[in-house]
Design a protein around this ligand. Sequence first.
Ligand SMILES: O=C(O)C(=O)C[C@]1(C(=O)O)C=C[C@@H](O)C=C1
Length: 386
Amino acid sequence: MAATTSRSPITPLYSQIRRPNSNSFITLKLLKRRHNIVFHACDGSSSADKSNQKNQPIKLQKLIEGYPYEFNSKDSPPSLPRPLTSAKLSNLTLEGSLLRVAYQGVRGAYSESAAEKAYPNCEPVPCEQFDTAFEAVESWLVDRAVLPIENSLGGSIHRNYDLLLRHRLHIVGEVKLEIRHCLLANHGVEIQDLKRVLSHPQALAQCENTLTKLGLVREAVDDTAGAAKHVAFHKIMDAGAVASMAAAKIYGLNVLAQDIQDDSDNVTRFLMLAREPIIPGTDKPFKTSIVFSLEEGPGMLFKALAVFAMRNINLTKIESRPLQKQALQTLADSSIGFPKYFPYLFYVDFETSMADERAQNALAHLNEFATFMRVLGSYPADTGLP
Ligand SMILES: O=C(O)C(=O)C[C@]1(C(=O)O)C=C[C@@H](O)C=C1
């Protein structure tokens, strides 16, 4: 199909057209006017179509002018996209008509695998920071974000709890990913040569016992794959990286040890975020995530949690985070010394769909005495079943 240059309309449109008698489809997406988009058509397919060449769908692909690539060196992996930064968001146009999914990190990060697990035919888009991934969805540069929220060994990823409230995205799904860490190093480096190890703080925490036994100094970086890339790119000989097997392959590192996490059951839960909420159903197990704050007083949290207990609603997670702005106000109001208490936000996940009357009644009840409440999303639970 001939290439077409267009100025896109202000209103974003998104539609999929299914071809008659076929699983293939044409995806049309027009974005905000400020993106100058060049469309050209090329063949692509959903995974269901991959074995059947006749059913190749057409996709409209936007070409990026000057899209940044990080590796120029001849012995480095070619053509790896550089992660989005907040500063670059406004310049970058889009590529591909597949669902574009932002994740934090560089290629080979666990978050990239989570994005691919959540949206099997997606185009994962690396972002430097969690904030950038939120902003990329909000500004229509991508369609979804997939971000880690908690890990079975390391606990909560607090930054993403805070960002969920600061931004207006909706949780539309969750995906759990088994995390299997490897100790990676450049070829020719033995374990005994290592003095330092680089990785994401969560990954370092998940391998605490192994790294202590090896007596390695931990150095925190933005993501596991970024650590692998750094060690490879700078040909560092006294430092290793804790990262995935995929990262070892992408950056050409040697695997010195496998499964170095402290517990073999190491699972990270990721949230799938979108601009629009999904309509909650009751046809499959759903979860709902909310955030609220309460007046200070004896038994207030007990009272809040009772709205779920009395309706037989199972809670799967509770997290508290400081309500930062209000904490400052309280400090300014207090005449001497420190405030008597710090106000908190409570994030709760429960195993019921918002389409269920019990959930609606529980939240109506909570709303009677909560000082603030927001539903972050009601979405299908990842039960690990197909
Ligand atoms: O660094 C990565 O590879 C990530 O995807 C981030 C992250 C995290 O934030 O928890 C994701 C999964 C693992 O728990 C370790 C790190």
